[in-house]
Design a protein around this ligand. Structure first.
Ligand code: FES
Length: 168
């Protein structure tokens, strides 16, 4: 194994860590930085449980190597809020029961926060080529944008309700 060093900011805190160059960002977060809020579901880019926000964009942290994130700013679920001081999206998920087992929830919430940011920035989705023609946010739009985050309990309608509330 080849070892390298990566310096990055996670939830506002600077880290300089020695990593095996094959280590994914997900494993760095969970195993080395002990930020276990980010979940490992499939470990191959299919479920979205590992979603974090990297330099303002949501990514599947299982699909990217830690060494590719030199000087990146990463936000995980731990960085969005705390039980005492929740992010509005976290509070909305609680209010609307946007989960059952909770395993996909950190990824769902990181994704949802990014979705609203993408819309604000005018980044189109597959179903809305031109955002200026189709505000406000529709359920279809949310479902399309959240389609990379799988919930095996099927809490989708409550998840959508939570996102609608925050988007309004
Ligand atoms: Fe990364 Fe499933 S664990 S997409």
């Amino acid at each position: 194994p080849v070892s390298s060093k990566v310096t990055l900011k996670v939830n506002g805190q600077q880290h300089s860590v020695a990593v095996d160059t094959r280590t994914t960002l997900l494993d760095l977060l969970r195993e080395q930085l002990h930020l276990t809020g980010t979940k490992k579901g499939c470990d191959q880019g299919q479920c979205g449980a590992c979603t974090v926000i990297a330099d303002g964009r949501r990514i599947n942290s299982c699909l990217t190597l830690a060494v590719m994130h030199e000087n990146s700013e990463i936000t995980t679920i731990e960085g969005l809020g705390t039980p005492e001081k929740m992010h509005p999206m976290q509070a909305a998920f609680v209010k609307h029961d946007g989960y059952q087992c909770g395993y996909c929830t950190p990824g769902q919430i990181c994704s949802a926060v990014s979705v609203l940011d993408e819309i604000k920035k005018g980044i189109p989705s597959h179903v809305t080529a031109d955002l200026t023609k189709r505000p406000p946010l529709t359920e279809l739009e949310i479902r399309e944008r959240m389609s990379g985050n799988i919930c095996r309990c099927g809490a989708y309608s409550n998840i959508v309700d939570a996102i609608v509330e925050v988007s309004g």
